[in-house]
Structures are given as structure tokens and as C-alpha cells.
Design a protein around this ligand. Structure first.
Ligand SMILES: Nc1nc2c(ncn2[C@@H]2O[C@H](COP(=O)(O)OP(=O)(O)OP(=O)(O)O)[C@@H](O)[C@H]2O)c(=O)[nH]1
Ligand SMILES: [Zn+2]
Length: 349
């Protein structure tokens, strides 16, 4: 095996840097048994270096889907180190052990899909934006099924009004190849995108449209396991014809706040609340409540206000959980019953 990387091949899977003398590949899947990495040509199995398996390591320091990693020359190779990340998407972990979990790294654009039909839900979009904020990736809101919706322009305008100016909103027909042109600004060579959105929003449809001629190969993009759940296969990283690539990771499907999100999305509301007569105003029935006044005058959308209250409460709850877990992990770091154990537990990898 010769050393060094095929840079042209790596560029098709999101590599932005120059030549590398090292053997570089991109992590496309993570299993209990190890990793799958893509070198621009093929997917190969790789094992993490032993230090990544130590129980006490911060999970954020382990290889994650989307990472560019340096492999050694062995077959199968070992992942020696992780190259610096340009973005990191995290969510609250499902289990007890860790508070945060990396969903994917080195993502440039998170395409947030919502159907303009019955699925249309600005609150869910705000939740996604909260999660993407601070990740280093840029969110782009895509309203699908524009071809079979009546009041597309009104819905778009209302959403643009509600979201920060920095968040692009596009109405698309996920089935129409012309959509590729519409989204070309997010699909330049070297760009990496992920698609998020609830079931039926059009993620598979858009994936196929973006793949174009190569769409016949996507039968393997997502298979279902015996219980009918979607599982990721070898096609977790899809090079797109235009030079960008798409990462399909199941972790993006259910998104729980980590407690570290900022509420900048609602900065105007937080500012408004400072203008209430009472500093401890609950914004319910208090006299001189600036929030209720703004709702009454139509300046503030009541539904958006309720979503803010809900997300803020959820975020605070998660923040408390996060703090408790971090404290617990801090304690776990002091020598205890488990110290000296080097074996790989079921929480590892
Ligand atoms: N007319 C039209 N139909 C669409 C559009 N986007 C999605 N659909 C249809 O909506 C249905 C659901 O789309 P999918 O692409 O399977 O949705 P998904 O987000 O992948 O859903 P899951 O796989 O359950 O997560 C399919 O029948 C699509 O053909 C669109 O922009 N226009
Ligand atoms: Zn108030």
C-alpha cells in the first residue's frame, strides 16, 4: 500500500484542504465493532486506535461520522488521529452515560426539510435551527411540495418574517431536477450537506433528485431492518454529480436539545421581556407586560411566543441534566472501582 492520499478522489467526498502525505479517509459509519471509512474510492473497515477506546475519553474526541481521519498503512487500517473539524453537530444523548453525542462533523449545510402540506410546522423548524446554531454548519430551510400547495408565497413570507435574516428559506419541488439549480449555492464541489426533517418531508425524494442519473444506485441508501426501522448501509456518504456530497446519518432523525443551545433565534422576544413593568413578570396576566402587549398589538406572534416558552423550558431542563451528568462524570474521573479497566465496554465506539 503506497502512502499518501488520492486528493482528487477525496475532494469528491468533501475534502477541502491541499495534498496530504498521510493516508486520509472520511468516517461514514460507526458501529460497536468499529468504523467504516471512505477513501474517495471505496468504503473500508477501520479500527480505532486504542486510546479512542478508553472509557474516560470525552466522546467528542472519538472519531465520528463526517470526520477526516489519518489511517496507518495496515490492512485493515487503524484510525490514528482525527483531523481538525470545521463543524460539529451534536444532540442530547439517548442513554444515561453521556450528555452529548456527536451526530456528524464537517457539515457545511444542514438542509432542514418541511412539507408545505399538512406537515408544515414552523415550530419544528425553530427546534432544528436551535440545534444547528453554534455547530459551525449553516442551516437552510427547504419547504417541499411547493408544486402541490396553494399558498406557497404566503407561507414562505411568513416563515422568512419569523426566522433570522441569515437563514435562507426556499420553496422546492423535491422531485424536480430543476431544484438542483435552485440549491446550487449549497452544493459546490467540496461542500458536505445533510438532510433533516420529519418522516415524509421529502428527504429520500430530494436525495434521489440530487443524485440524478446515479439514482438507481440508491436502493441501498437506506434499507430497513427486520422491525421495519431504517438502517444506514454503506451508502451513508453519497458523492453528488455536481461535486458536493451528502451524508445520511440516522442520528439526525430525532433531535433533542443538549441544553447548550443559545436562544438567539428569539433575541427579539428576550429583549421585549426586559421591557415588562415587573422584573419577575411571568408574562401572563401581570399589568404592564410588554410581551402580552406585543401579542395584543400583533407585533408578536402568539404561537411563536408559545414555542419560545416551550423550547426555553426544554433547554433549561436539558441544561440541568447536562450539568448533573457532567458533575457525575467529573466524579467518575477520580480513581474508583473501575480504574485500571481497559477493556471495551458496550458504551465504547
Ligand atoms: N409532489 C411532491 N411530492 C413530494 C415532494 N417531496 C416529497 N414528496 C412525496 O412525499 C412522499 C414522502 O417523501 P419521502 O422522500 O419518502 O420522505 P422522507 O423525508 O424521506 O421520509 P422518511 O423516509 O420516512 O424519513 C413521497 O411520496 C414523495 O414522492 C415534493 O416536493 N413534491
Ligand atoms: Zn411580561
Amino acid at each position: 500500500m503506497s502512502s499518501g492520499s488520492d486528493i482528487e478522489a477525496l475532494r469528491r467526498i468533501g475534502w477541502r484542504d491541499g495534498d496530504s502525505a498521510a493516508r486520509v479517509a472520511r468516517v461514514v459509519a460507526q458501529h460497536r465493532a468499529g468504523y467504516e471509512v471512505h477513501d474517495g474510492h471505496a468504503v473500508i473497515a477501520a479500527q480505532p486506535d486504542g486510546r479512542f477506546l478508553k472509557r474516560r475519553i470525552d466522546p467528542a474526541e472519538r472519531p465520528a461520522v463526517g470526520d477526516f481521519v489519518v489511517l496507518d498503512e495496515a490492512e485493515p487500517p487503524t484510525i490514528e488521529r482525527i483531523l481538525p473539524r470545521r463543524s460539529t453537530l451534536t444532540r442530547a444523548a439517548a442513554g444515561e452515560r453521556y450528555a452529548r453525542q456527536i451526530i456528524a462533523t464537517n457539515i457545511d449545510y444542514v438542509l432542514v426539510l418541511t412539507g408545505l402540506d399538512g406537515d408544515f410546522n414552523p415550530r419544528r423548524i425553530e427546534r432544528y435551527l436551535l440545534l444547528i446554531e453554534g455547530s459551525g454548519a449553516q442551516p437552510v430551510v427547504l419547504l417541499t411540495k411547493a408544486d402541490r400547495t396553494e399558498d406557497v408565497e404566503a407561507k414562505c413570507a411568513a416563515l422568512r418574517e419569523r426566522l433570522p435574516d441569515t437563514t435562507p428559506v426556499h420553496a422546492i419541488n423535491a422531485r424536480d431536477p430543476a431544484t438542483i439549480e435552485q440549491l446550487s449555492g449549497y452544493l459546490r464541489p467540496g461542500d458536505t450537506v445533510v438532510l433533516v426533517g420529519s418522516s415524509g418531508a421529502g428527504k429520500s425524494t430530494l436525495t434521489n433528485t440530487l443524485l440524478g442519473e446515479s439514482r438507481m444506485a440508491t436502493g441501498a441508501v437506506r434499507a430497513s431492518d427486520s422491525r421495519g426501522r431504517h438502517t444506514t448501509t454503506h451508502r451513508a456518504l453519497l458523492p453528488l454529480p455536481g461535486g458536493a456530497c451528502l451524508i445520511d446519518t440516522p442520528g439526525m432523525r430525532e433531535l433533542k436539545l443538549t441544553g447548550e443551545e443559545s436562544l438567539d433565534l428569539f433575541a427579539d422576544i428576550e429583549e421585549l421581556a426586559l421591557r415588562c413593568r415587573f422584573a419577575d413578570c411571568a408574562h401572563e396576566t401581570e399589568p404592564g407586560c410588554a410581551v402580552q402587549a406585543a401579542i395584543a398589538s400583533g407585533e408578536l406572534d402568539a404561537e411563536r411566543w408559545r414555542n419560545y416558552v416551550k423550547l426555553k423550558a426544554e433547554r433549561e431542563e436539558q441544561a440541568a441534566t447536562l450539568e448533573a451528568r457532567l458533575k457525575q462524570q467529573g466524579r467518575a474521573k477520580t480513581p474508583g472501582r473501575r480504574s485500571g479497566q481497559r477493556g471495551r465496554g458496550r458504551d465504547d465506539v
